[in-house]
Design a protein around this ligand. Structure first.
Ligand SMILES: C[S@@+](CC[C@H](N)C(=O)[O-])C[C@H]1O[C@@H](n2cnc3c(N)ncnc32)[C@H](O)[C@@H]1O
Length: 303
């Protein structure tokens, strides 16, 4: 395991935005290395509690000893059920810091990073999940593969990449990161462009393996339901697809960003935006923590 599990991004901006009182009931749906959770706990006192979710069992090593803390090893798409199980009907604030942690990229055995060529093409955040990246590469139809690379990686050459994958796997099924890099080699160019395209391709597969878009939607809908009126939702995203969903949901209450008027023509939204403009890391934070560079924070308050 890497020495530093994860450096939290936009730590103070996001936790300040949660508007925590000492007796708040809070949820951190993406516990990871526990950086945000630690900051939340430091602001809680008598009557306050923090429920934290992570689907990756590795996060268990970071659990703090604190009576005000409960860890739930689960996908956050089961947010509502698990809170009900713990007799929680409503919460004051929810934080989501989406995607994978540095720990995932730094773990040579998990296949998230193109730096480790011998690693198996796994990419599951939940190690007992049933869909790996190699499963996708070896079984999806050419059309479905092209969709994954286009929709989740925004790769212009998605169709040609999918076509080469389908031809290659007939001879040799995909197993390691090296296998995928060999296929992508002719599509990536060299230098910074190479890294960018590889990152986009790996991101696409990771999103599909972990069903990140569907689980995010599920969590946002359940989070809205669980928040008290006046409760805060703070979400940090790392790519434009996630950010668009969160932005639309906070603005309109739906994922398409459709403005829905009531019978009298009034525009009704479930949230009041706390920040109209998205919050991004300062140059100092980016310098200190390069992985925070793509972070975007949006905060909304339930009406
Ligand atoms: C960016 S990291 C969060 C880091 C954390 N805020 C910290 O300070 O260390 C995202 C974490 O959320 C977890 N995660 C991502 N999607 C999840 C989901 N759908 N359900 C539960 N956990 C998830 C990942 O396993 C990872 O540990």
């Amino acid at each position: 395991m890497a020495d530093v599990y994860h450096i939290p991004a936009l730590l103070h901006e996001s936790v300040d935005g949660m508007n925590i009182r000492t007796d708040s009931i809070c949820v951190d749906v993406t516990f990871g290395g526990g950086g945000h959770s630690k900051e939340i706990l430091s602001r809680l006192g008598k009557g306050g509690h923090l429920y934290a979710f992570d689907q990756d069992e590795d996060a268990i090593h970071n659990i703090p000893q604190d009576d005000k803390f409960t860890f739930i090893q689960s996908n956050f798409c089961y947010l509502k059920n698990f809170l009900k199980y713990h007799n929680v009907d409503q919460v004051d604030a929810i934080l989501a810091d989406l995607g994978v942690s540095s720990h995932h990229f730094d773990d040579q055995d998990r296949g998230f990073s193109f730096r480790f060529q011998d690693s198996e093409l796994d990419m599951r955040m939940n190690k007992s999940g049933n869909k790996t990246a190699s499963f996708i590469l070896n079984t999806y139809t050419e059309e479905k593969l092209a969709d994954v690379f286009y929709l989740y990686g925004e790769l212009k050459q998605s169709r040609r990449i999918a076509s080469v994958i389908v031809k290659t796997r007939k001879e040799t099924p995909y197993k390691t990161v090296r296998d995928l890099l060999t296929t992508l080699d002719s599509f990536v160019g060299r230098g910074e462009k190479e890294k960018k395209i590889l990152a986009q391709a790996f991101q696409a597969l990771r999103i599909e393996v972990n069903e990140e878009m569907d689980t995010l939607k599920e969590m946002l809908v359940q989070g809205l339901e669980m928040l008290k009126p006046g409760g805060r939702f703070a979400v940090i995203t790392y790519h434009s697809l996630e950010d668009r969903l969160v932005k639309n949901f906070f603005k309109t209450g739906n994922f398409e960003g459709k403005i829905e008027k009531d019978f009298f023509g009034n525009f009704e939204t479930p949230f009041k935006l706390v920040n109209n403009k998205v919050i991004v890391p300062t140059p100092e934070e980016e310098e200190r923590n390069p992985r925070s560079r793509s972070a975007k924070l949006r905060i909304a308050e339930k009406r």
